[in-house]
Design a protein around this ligand. Structure first.
Ligand code: F6P
Length: 537
């Protein structure tokens, strides 16, 4: 099927997307809807033949069989010998069947932890906890990667639903991060959540120790206001966090898929258990759709296939995610980890080089801000970047309706401009209207040409509620899964981050002692000596 798709690309390369709209049913035929979401991929070069071939490609890769294996709890993360069951976390919000892994009923365990989270949230939010101290006004979530990006993305997204403590997120080992987060907080009314799946991550543990010193210096019984979220009981205990304040989860939930697990505790504290449960329900609704819908009507499958078409057959190496929803400002960063840590690989499941390479580079920024930054390149640059627009029909601010109308207009204008472009003739006419002529007109006109024919997709929802956010995140997770299956890689390990961690561990003592390790490269030694000389000057 791969070769057939290459052939279809060659055969259709010169055809304009706008020509496809001669078929007046195109917009509805190349878009799909599910449970309040609309995914429009009509502004791409896909036609019936290409779509059919892409769906055949998905069948050939056994997306359906591998999907069933994931939901069943098979150990599809073969390089770590783990099941992949983040979907089970959101099934907790419904009446899901039990799932056993290695003889353990993981749903029963998950339910128990979820109930504890709800109880803890209710107690903290009402002021009943801590029993002997003032009400908690601020929460500091310390974690990095999946132990930060999901909660902070969702916290910002669900700002209108926050009625609990303020949450501050600390991720970077740069002392500036924790310094600024703790600045102005009262240790007596602050809860610190140390979020780390492994509880072995250098950045998180260093920040947690700094927070502990801050807490101990400014309050009594400091460790009582420390909570840990981790899969490692031994490590949380060794750190001094009492088991009753540890929320555990299983290794079948990967870091970048863990916002649904206890890693989402900070979000639950902020928005309350009901809204947090709605978030899970939204994710679960997308899971049901992903499992049940035929491939052509399956949103994650079609989102993945459009992405693969662009990257692998059209040769567009990157894609931009542009939410026209200011509160999704951290979504691009979240998706960068989700997509690039999952599919940024070079080898297939069996260790042989990937036949068709790994996943794309993903980047973005909310609209309209992105328009005033990188859209110049998107419209007129020599690299084609497919854009994924994301937009809600309504905002949460009824008295600021004109803002939302402007936002919607901009979103539509951008996808329309990408599609249509502007011809030399049109540019000339515009300039003639402005009184230009001769050579000046010719030069200026060339600068004002837009090739157009640049693809985009648009995901639309009514309003960014917790439920919708859950749907959207699960949609992107499954898209990554489908792309990974078709590319033949393991989307659930992340060996590519290990080498840098190992080297950093070796360099920390070298920097402290002022002596570069013998085996360091000449540039690294020079830089290290330069840092030390600058710091001492
Ligand atoms: O939650 P942990 O174990 O501290 O890990 C944090 C992050 O580090 C990684 O392992 C690698 O960057 C991510 O996959 C993970 O989300």
């Amino acid at each position: 099927m791969w070769n057939e798709l290459i052939r279809l690309r060659e055969a259709t390369e010169s055809r304009k997307i706008s020509e496809l709209f001669n078929d007046t049913s195109r917009a509805s035929a190349f878009s799909l809807q599910n449970d309040g979401l609309l995914f429009d991929y009509s502004k791409t070069t896909l036609d019936d033949d290409i779509r059919t071939a892409l769906i055949d490609l998905a069948r050939e890769a056994d997306v359906e069989g591998k999907r069933a294996a994931m939901f069943r709890g098979d150990k599809i993360n073969t390089t770590e010998d783990r099941a992949v069951l983040h979907v089970a976390s959101r099934a907790l919000a419904g009446d899901a069947d039990d799932i056993e892994i290695d003889g353990r009923n993981i749903m029963a365990e998950g339910r128990e932890t979820f109930e504890r989270m709800i109880q803890f949230s209710n107690d903290l939010r009402s002021g009943a906890w801590p029993a002997n101290g003032p009400k908690i006004t601020d929460v500091v979530n310390i974690g990095i990667g999946g132990s930060d990006l999901g909660p902070v993305m969702a916290y910002k997204a669900l700002m209108p639903y926050i009625d609990g403590p303020r949450v501050h997120f600390v991720s970077n080992v740069d002392g500036a991060d924790i310094h600024d987060a703790l600045h102005g907080l009262d240790p007596n009314t602050t809860l610190v959540i140390v979020s780390s799946k492994t509880f072995g991550t250098q950045e998180t543990l260093m920040n947690a120790r700094t927070a502990m010193r801050w807490m101990e210096a400014g309050s009594d019984n400091a460790m009582e206001r420390f909570v840990a979220i981790s899969t490692s009981r031994e490590r949380t205990e060794a750190f001094g966090i009492a088991p009753e304040r540890v929320f555990g989860f299983g290794d079948w939930i990967g870091g970048r898929y863990s916002v649904w697990s206890p890693i989402g505790l900070s979000l639950m504290l902020a928005v309350g258990p009901e809204n947090a449960t709605e978030f899970l329900r939204g994710g679960h609704s997308m899971d049901c759709h992903f499992v049940d819908a035929p491939l052509q009507e399956n949103m994650p499958v079609m989102l993945a296939l459009v992405g693969l078409w662009h990257q692998k057959f059209c040769g567009y190496a990157t894609r931009a995610v542009v939410p026209y929803e200011h509160r999704l400002s951290r979504l691009p960063a979240y998706l960068q980890q989700l997509e690039m840590e999952s599919n940024g690989k070079s080898v297939a499941m069996d260790g042989t080089p990937l036949k068709h390479g790994g996943g794309p580079v993903v980047w973005g920024e909310p609209g309209t801000n992105g328009q005033h930054a990188f859209f110049q390149l998107i419209h007129q640059g020599t690299n084609v970047v497919p854009v994924e627009f994301i937009v809600g029909a309504m905002g949460h601010e009824p008295d600021l309706r004109e803002h939302h109308e402007a936002l919607l207009a901009n979103c539509l204008a951008q996808s329309e401009a990408l599609l249509k472009g502007r011809t030399l003739e049109e540019a000339r006419n515009q300039l003639i209207g402005q009184g230009k002529s001769g050579d000046e007109l010719e030069v200026l006109a060339r600068h004002r040409v837009f090739s157009g024919n640049r693809p985009s997709t648009t995901l639309v929802y009514k309003k960014l509620t917790p439920y919708v956010l859950g749907q959207m995140i699960a949609l992107y997770e499954h898209r990554v899964f489908v792309e990974g299956v078709i590319l033949g890689l393991n989307s659930f390990d992340q060996w590519g981050v290990e080498l840098g961690k190992e080297l950093a561990d070796g360099l920390v003592p070298a920097i402290a002692s002022g002596k570069a390790p013998e085996n360091a490269n000449g540039s690294t030694r020079m830089l290290l000596e330069h840092f030390l000389a600058l710091a001492a000057s």
